[in-house]
Design a protein around this ligand. Structure first.
Ligand SMILES: [Zn+2]
Length: 300
């Protein structure tokens, strides 16, 4: 299952599976459908029209594309007015693995929907990290990673300390204390001021890569000093669900979306009212499209 992208819908033979596999896939599909329901999305009319038109040539690179060019990060067969734009509370940097096929990546969705706030880098290029990395966090699971709701307390406690060594040490100590007390020192307990905390996290780095390819990026010494954040376990809606990978392995656009939702609630301390739902504008449409194609292929 590697070729299910915006451009390449699943081939009929991919749906010929054992009963067990079919039910697995049905479970994933049901979970995904639930997760994508109730989003406050801009209407998909323009995408349906563009789909009927079919592939067009990207005016920049000449590649044959539908909806957008994943190489040039530009719309194809769509006007910017037909696409929602989302303002984000933080800058998002996405580091892509060079071997990750552009067409499979959902990172481009973020850049298209939030062009002012999203930058994409191809490894070994990474965002410039100057001496003061205190306001930058890396979203990646690991033993030292904290949850989004721990960010306010973490940044509050480490305020004024510039050295990330002490940040890491402090984080470890804090985690231990939390483990001992069994409590989460989240937004509620520390009664933080949302403005103060929102300014403390300014950039968030995501890694866009298959599970197997991430090692090279995550072990890069330039990223070692960054505080790490992991997302709560969430079932993926990703149609490219990979055999052997946990179904909590999120597509990059899902990870960004869930991070921002948590950030909004726990760091900005605001009620979430769908502010970032449109980040999933393309994703939810493609998901619907691919499910329909799969169902159609299954029936024939
Ligand atoms: Zn192009």
């Amino acid at each position: 299952m590697s070729e299910n992208t915006a451009d390449e819908l699943p081939k009929p033979q991919e749906t010929c599976q054992t009963k067990e596999k079919q039910s697995d896939q049905r479970d994933i599909r049901e979970q995904a459908d639930q997760a994508l329901q109730g989003l406050a999305l801009a209407p998909h009319h323009a995408l349906y029209t563009a789909q009927k038109t079919g592939r067009l040539k990207c005016s920049t690179c000449g590649g044959s594309r539908m909806f957008y060019c994943y190489t040039c990060c530009s719309l194809v067969g769509l006007n910017p007015q037909q696409i929602p734009v989302v303002q984000l509370p933080v800058k998002i940097d996405i580091i892509k693995h060079p071997n990750e096929t552009d067409g499979k990546s959902t990172a481009v969705h973020a850049k298209l929907i939030a062009p002012d706030d999203v930058s994409i880098y191809t490894y070994p290029c990474i965002p410039e990290l100057d001496g003061d990395t205190q306001n930058v966090v890396l979203v990646f699971p690991g033993p030292d990673a904290m949850m989004v709701e721990e960010l306010p307390a973490f940044f509050c406690n480490s305020k004024g300390k510039r050295r990330t060594d002490s940040l890491t040490e402090e984080r470890r100590t804090k985690r231990l204390k939390m483990d001992e007390s069994g409590e989460s020192s989240g937004a509620q307990t520390s009664a933080p001021d949302s403005q103060k905390y929102s300014s403390l996290v300014q950039r968030v780095i995501f890694i866009d890569s298959t599970w197997n390819q991430t090692t090279r990026i995550i072990t890069d010494e330039r990223l070692q000093a960054l505080p790490q954040v992991e997302l709560k376990s969430r079932k993926t809606c990703f149609w490219r669900h990979q055999r052997g990978s946990p179904d909590t392995y999120l597509a990059t656009i899902e990870a960004i979306y869930y991070f921002l939702k948590d950030f909004h609630t726990h760091c900005l301390l605001r009620e979430y009212k769908g502010e970032y739902d449109n980040l999933l504008f393309f994703y939810s449409f493609l998901h619907k499209l691919i499910n329909k194609a799969k169902q159609a292929a299954g029936k024939s």
